[in-house]
Design a protein around this ligand. Structure first.
Ligand SMILES: [Zn+2]
Length: 233
């Protein structure tokens, strides 16, 4: 039976080849989404092992962060960039939890996630979430939560426009403001908690900065940050 199954499996993969989302090469039967070659060769920053790393330094003087790290470097042509593009723009959602799980193994074993109470994915603006259909950071968070054994909160922090203050602004003003407005909907839900804020990519850090400053308005909140890619040098 196994032989017949394998034969059928090979036949199907001839017709519908399963390809690695990072390099485009063929996947072996035991590989899923990412080939072993890519898994091994994706460069790790190991920033979770050093407290004064470039991602943490990006926020110095901007907002109070406990710890910050990123899994890999987000550069042109990099495997991690290919993966994040497939996740965000081609809708291959399974890539999110897979990357989250891969990173969380290192985060957990190094103790980075100990003391964290809850994971909050960086919210997408509601209109973007509608057009994309999902928030990639929630999918990455799901993988981290699974490995680290932590809950996810997708309700307490939202992104959007507060209608009363926005209606009188010009279109340009609204455009520049819309992305940076975050609101805590239920301070009681996060009071006194150490939050792990999760994003897909950190570049300028301004989105994270806005989120953190909003979260810190609630008493006793501490925030740590992780992303899959960073474009910080
Ligand atoms: Zn590959």
């Amino acid at each position: 039976m196994n032989y017949l199954y394998d034969l059928w499996d090979d036949f199907i993969s001839l017709l519908f080849p399963r390809l690695c989302h990072a390099c485009g090469g063929h996947l072996l039967r035991n590989e899923n989404l990412i080939c072993t070659g890519c898994f091994v060769s994706i460069p790790r920053t190991n920033y979770h092992l050093q407290s004064e790393n470039p991602v943490a330094q990006l926020f110095w003087g901007r907002c109070q962060i406990e710890k910050a790290a990123a899994f890999s470097y987000y550069s042109k042509g990099s495997r991690i960039r290919n993966l994040i593009h497939k996740l965000k723009y081609k809708g291959i959602k399974e890539i999110g939890p897979e990357l989250g799980r891969i990173y969380a193994v290192s985060l957990k074993s190094s103790g980075f996630t100990s003391g964290i109470d809850v994971i909050i994915p960086v919210p997408l603006h509601a209109s973007k979430k509608r057009s994309r259909g999902f928030n990639q950071s929630e999918f990455i968070s799901a993988g981290i939560a699974e490995v680290a054994g932590l809950p996810i909160d997708t309700f307490s922090l939202v992104r959007g426009v507060s209608s009363d203050t926005q209606t009188h602004r010009s279109r340009y003003e609204r455009w520049t403001n819309v992305d940076s407005i975050f609101q805590v909907t239920d301070p009681e839900a996060i009071r006194g908690k150490h939050i792990l804020l999760v994003d897909d990519v950190i570049t300028t850090g301004s989105t994270i900065e806005s989120c953190v400053n909003e979260l810190l308005k609630t008493e006793g909140v501490r925030v740590s940050v992780v992303a899959i890619g960073c474009a910080v040098v």
